[in-house]
Design a protein around this ligand. Sequence first.
Ligand SMILES: [Ca+2]
Length: 169
Amino acid sequence: MHDWFSSYLSDRKQRVVIQGATSTWKSPLAGVPQVTQGNAAGCGGNLTTPTGGPVTSTNYPSNYGNNENCEWLITVPEGSIIRLTFDSFNTEGCCDFLTIYDGASDSAAVIQTLTGQQSVSPIISTSNSMFLRFTSDHSITRQGFQFSYTSLTLPQHAVEVIVDIADLY
Ligand SMILES: [Ca+2]
């Protein structure tokens, strides 16, 4: 399996050759599916629909709690990848973290660790699963976060196309 995403992840501005895509493949921004299923504002969950959200931290838009350890596992159909988009992100900058892993568990590579108040660019997995863990410490809470996700399906046929990575964002 050609690991084309590793080169793309190393420099999101470069142009890469995507193996396995066809000329019919379009930028996800051209046809982002509507979010069809939400997940209750709670501490983690198992998300298995092709698109999902909004998913929120506990009590959102009120503050999350102290000493939380919430885990979300997103699994979309095999052959698809996941694009995560954040509507908002606000946690205690020193101490409350959301870590996003590029796979089904925390043994996968970390894509990004989020903390503080920030606007988060879309986050894309290299496979059909993504694992998220939020942890808060013993004091001081914020509003938390809200995100949604879509799955992007790459066609099976082995035709090379050039995709401008900027189109993914
Ligand atoms: Ca805290």
